[in-house]
Design a binder for this molecule. Structure first.
Ligand code: GTP
Ligand code: MG
Length: 194
């Protein structure tokens, strides 16, 4: 499934711009700067296909990538980013929420959580939205290379505890580093098995 064949399809700013829901879709959600675009680059092995950046709020549209003929990978704008004009932020957030709650072919949402920070209130809010929309979501810990083994366990416990409150949560947590490649093969096979 991930042997090449990733192409950028389009960036979407309104619900009526979404491509036809004619194939399986997975999306990557998470706080601004958590590493969504980097993860898509690592998964697809195509450096730079999703725009990653040090500047939080880099991804401002819903970006669709085709992965072969059967799958869409979706890079979402980050949430919880306060430093953009309020009007702009409100617009992304509205679109994000509409997308997450109303996309028929969305098989799984990956909710990315920074391995250093754990689940924050804004993450829990998105998880609630996914619960109420009955979209199965799975947590992916990012930037695992930035934490020491012993600190990691503590954050993992916090995440597990947070997930237990969400009926739409898939229990397995995936630990990744887009930088070092940890967990990338695991995540690919999870997606392939959907
Ligand atoms: P927005 O589009 O702004 O919501 O951000 P994003 O979630 O797409 O994050 P992005 O992939 O742009 O990454 C943000 C920053 O984190 C970049 O400087 C990346 O290089 C860095 N980063 C992402 N993943 C990793 C990782 O696994 N390890 C390390 N060390 N840095 C990472
Ligand atoms: Mg991004």
């Amino acid at each position: 499934l991930f042997a090449g064949e990733t192409e950028f399809l389009k960036g979407v700013v309104a619900m009526n711009g979404l491509p036809d829901a004619d194939r399986l879709e997975v999306c990557f959600a998470g706080r601004s700067n958590v590493g969504k675009s980097s993860l898509i680059n690592a998964l697809t092995g195509t450096k730079g296909i999703a725009r990653a950046s040090n500047t939080p709020g880099r991804t401002q549209e819903i970006n669709f990538f085709t992965q072969g003929p059967e799958l869409y990978l979706v890079d979402l704008p980050g949430y919880g980013y306060a430093n953009a004009p309020l009007k702009v932020v409100e617009q992304w957030q509205k679109l994000l929420k509409r997308y997450l709650s109303g996309r028929q072919n969305l098989r799984r949402a990956f909710v990315l959580i920074d391995s250093r920070h754990g689940v924050k209130a804004v993450d829990a809010e998105i998880m609630k939205l996914l619960d109420s929309s009955a979209v199965t979501f799975q947590c992916v810990m990012t930037k695992a290379d930035k934490v020491k083994e012993k600190d990691r366990a503590k954050v993992l416990e916090q995440v597990k505890d947070a997930l237990s409150k969400h009926p739409a949560a898939y229990p397995e947590i995936v630990l990744t580093s887009s930088e070092k490649g940890d967990g990338i093969a695991t995540l690919r096979s999870i997606i392939a098995n959907l």
